[in-house]
Design a binder for this molecule. Structure first.
Ligand code: GLN
Length: 190
């Protein structure tokens, strides 16, 4: 099974490694034509404004909307979560506007810019080690969105059908179960 990692900016190599540990073939995606070769795609962390701009420049906004319209799974982590949201708190415009969520950027404040914790994630049996780096929070979820994980009562992972998002960086530990969960979503699609 081939799974892409959008390689415009951000933590690409780490996601490829995790996908391969989870049993998939990782594909570095730099051009929209490559989307037809893969069953699902990861949008990595980085800086969401930069990723959004590069997506516009290289035609990925329409191409990824089409990819999603075909029911192909997308997994957004950290900045990738932000670019998938329908609304970004305090910003007039969002990016892909795929998922029925409102996100707040850099939501943990300066004292807690980066930290690690163990999280319960619905659908994964034991706690997942989560690395948060200038992480966003999901402030609101709309119809069809299932909350998968919370931290101190705040939503940090969610799913809407074939769309999966996490505030944290599941690629920065040796625990590839979030990637495994995503691979299951791709497999179930057939
Ligand atoms: N703070 C970044 C943003 O708003 C996201 C951080 C990350 O991806 N680690 O885009």
């Amino acid at each position: 099974m081939k799974i892409g990692v959008l390689a415009l900016q951000g933590a690409v190599a780490e996601h490829i490694r995790m996908l391969e540990l989870a049993g998939a073939e990782g594909v570095v995606v730099k051009r929209t034509e490559q989307l037809s070769e893969i069953g699902g795609i990861v949008i990595p962390g980085g800086e969401s404004t930069t990723i959004g701009k590069l997506m516009r420049t290289y035609g990925f906004i329409d191409a990824l909307r089409q990819f999603s319209a075909e029911g192909k799974p997308i997994f957004g982590t950290c900045a990738g979560l932000i670019v998938m949201a329908k609304e970004i708190s305090g910003q007039p415009e969002a990016h892909l506007e795929l998922m029925n969520i409102t996100v707040a950027r850099n939501a943990f404040g300066r004292q807690r810019e980066s930290f690690e914790t163990d999280l319960d994630v619905h659908g994964i049996s034991e706690k997942v080690r989560a690395v948060f780096i200038r992480a966003p929070l999901i402030e609101k979820v709309g119809e069809g969105v299932e909350i998968l994980s919370t931290y101190n009562g705040q939503i940090v992972a969610a799913r809407q059908k074939h769309l999966l998002v996490a505030s944290f960086h599941p690629e920065l530990t040796n625990d590839y179960r979030m990637h495994g969960y995503f691979l299951e979503m791709v497999k179930q699609r057939g």
